[in-house]
Design a protein around this ligand. Sequence first.
Ligand code: 7TS
Length: 404
Amino acid sequence: MLELAQIRSDFPALSQKVHGKDLVYLDSAASALKAAPVIKALHQHYKKETANVHRGVHFLSEQGTRKYEATRLAVQRFINAKHDHEVIFTKGTTDSLNLVAFSFGEKFIAPGDEILISTMEHHSNIVPWQLMAERRGALVKEIPINDAGEIDLEAYKKLLNPKVKLVSLCHISNTLGTINPIKEMTTMAHEIGAKFCVDAAQSAPHMKIDVQDLDCDFLAFSGHKIYGPTGVGILYGKEELLNQMPPYQGGGAMIEKVSFTGTTYNHLPEKFEAGTPAIAEVIALKDAVEYIESLGWDDIHQQEQELLEYATKKLLEIEGLKIIGTAKEKTSVISFVIKDVHPHDLGTLLDQQGVAVRTGHHCTQPLMERFNVNATVRASFSVYNNKEDVDALMAALNKSLKLL
Ligand code: 7TS
């Protein structure tokens, strides 16, 4: 069991009032609160350790480089990558997916090729593929979902054909909370020779990721959703693929030799890390990773599943409330609508009572269309949430509904 009181004290943001009320933070799917060791590492870097990495011989630069590379090793362990150079630092999930779409697209996508994505994808796992398809004359096709918000595996099987070069899918849906059968779907894609890219933005905080076990070809996630800093993300890619792919951006650090007669590129991972990176943020990401590991995945899972069950049961007591996303395999994200009530109005009233939720389309407009809604209210729970948070949400909801 997680020591919730201890965990809550690790997140300084929780001990504040919003609109005069204790903050109840139920928007971790958008961005998680920052753990104290992460804040300390950022502070330390900006206060005393500022220097650029991979280019100085002086003490601070060498120390910075050592710490920056230590995060790469921590992330390698976090996702069980075979090699540390398969871990590329980016700006975030969006940046990682754009990198794959551009670079993989340039090398491997020809006119008439197909890319499969599902109805439940975040816009950042839709639009980069559409842009790439436009550039390369390829086609983006949709893997449908059922009414519970689960992938239609039969339809997926039918869509797989030799023209499909890549499948890109969220591990967990940010709107529905559905956990997708990534390993099984990767095996199916590989059987027809397609590569598989995992958008792990929502799974990285909730479950152990093992890229070798999943056997995925690419995997992307963001630091800010795992209690770490903004401005830093991860792209994992299999070495043999990354080696064949052209650089995404040109600039410092990604080159071997620059000349007007021909430029050559650095090896992995620097080939994909042009320019000065988010140094402090990368360094502090190590503290985020270690923080999660110190909690332990089994306990995280148990705590979040208990909250999911409790919150689902409580919410369904409200008359006219409908949960969007009722998959069997689901994480602690609950989207809902209440008859005739506009989610935005509800979100604003909840906020006035100190309860932070997200309202809107959650960057998943095709999914909203599939469920025939314009918007939902989304409560997303994390390791620092407790049953009192659910009770506070319920009290605030009931009060808001009386006002509306
Ligand atoms: N993929 C998924 C599944 C996401 O949930 C998000 C962000 C992204 C990609 C993009 O991540 P970024 O860090 O590059 O922005 N999701 C959300 C959300 O649900 N509310 O705000 C951001």
